[in-house]
Design a protein around this ligand. Structure first.
Ligand SMILES: Nc1ccn([C@@H]2O[C@H](COP(=O)(O)OP(=O)(O)OP(=O)(O)O)[C@@H](O)[C@H]2O)c(=O)n1
Ligand SMILES: C[C@](O)(CO)[C@H](O)COP(=O)(O)O
Length: 263
């Protein structure tokens, strides 16, 4: 394990074989929509912080890899303590903690920059989705390796969709058949994602009618890359507002992965 800040390798502690899989766990958001006293990734569900769940699932993946946990500067020491607690003795995972940026895409870039040189496939995962399963991680990794494309977990849209104006007046019903809701972990060939994130123009919402990308798949798509989907999971729900807390606690209490897994 490497639990330094910023990530620095102690060659004596590098796992063997050297990591080919990288996971960037983005946990540096403030959680303004949740309105908690702590940054969102440090909020607890039944006594465990969100970040603990994310570190736990990533480092449960077989064959090891390099996990980079991106946190607010103010919580770096706390994050290192959590890594020490969660990582089993003898784990094949190299784990680093690095400080995040003001925007999500900046945090992702800092995480990518900290990845070990040998990483070939990278997953970017929101700490705010604590119950994504190892099976979902594996599904995404397998599809990236099979296709060489970017891969995102997706769920169908269950509700009727309407386009409304600023006053909330409905103008039309939108065909939902070609629409999906996407989640994390999102997977990429490392070079594809790193090159896209290095191009500042792709990250800007400055052009008229173009907002800043809200996920990494869109950054890659703007760079001309192909993005595929695999089935997502209902239980990989994101903690965004206080209402999501109740939903996630219910998922945790039910502990019925078989039922809660999506399509
Ligand atoms: N500057 C940021 C912003 C977001 N994130 C991470 O990106 C994930 C998804 O972001 P979101 O749910 O929007 O989190 P927040 O930015 O914390 O939420 P809010 O917009 O309500 O403040 C979260 O795990 C969050 O910690 C991050 O690492 N760095
Ligand atoms: C990355 C993401 O979780 C994929 O669904 C989502 O785009 C984050 O969006 P947010 O508006 O920053 O919460």
């Amino acid at each position: 394990m490497n639990a330094s800040l910023p990530a620095r390798e102690d060659p004596g502690s590098l796992p063997h074989p050297l990591p080919k899989l990288g996971v960037v766990l983005v946990a540096a958001g403030r959680g303004e929509r949740l309105g908690a006293a702590e940054p969102k990734a440090f909020v607890r569900l039944h006594g465990r912080t969100l970040i603990e769940f994310g570190i736990g699932v990533a480092t449960s993946l077989p064959h090891g890899g390099h996990l980079v946990v991106v946190v607010p500067d103010s919580h770096a020491v706390r994050a290192l303590e959590i890594v020490e607690q969660v990582l089993p003795e003898g784990s094949e995972w190299l784990v680093s903690v690095v400080p995040g940026g003001r925007e999500r895409h900046e945090s992702v870039r800092f995480g990518l920059e900290a990845l070990h040189d040998t990483v070939e496939v990278v997953l970017v995962h929101d700490a705010a989705r604590p119950f994504a399963t190892a099976a979902l991680f594996e599904r995404v990794i397998a599809e990236v390796r099979r296709t060489g494309d970017a891969v995102v977990p997706a769920l169908p849209v269950a509700d009727t969709l309407k386009r409304v104006d600023a006053e909330g007046v409905v103008h039309e019903t939108v065909d939902r058949a070609p629409l999906v809701r996407v989640q994390t972990p999102q997977g990429f060939p490392r070079e594809l994602l790193a090159a896209a994130h290095a191009d500042a123009a792709l990250l800007s919402g400055a052009e008229p009618g173009r907002s800043a990308p809200t996920d990494d798949a869109e950054v890659v798509q703007r760079a001309g890359g192909r993005v595929r989907t695999v089935p997502g999971e209902v239980r990989a729900h994101k903690l965004t507002t206080p209402a999501d807390l109740a939903l996630l606690e219910a998922i945790m209490e039910a502990n019925v992965a078989g039922i809660a897994e999506g399509v």
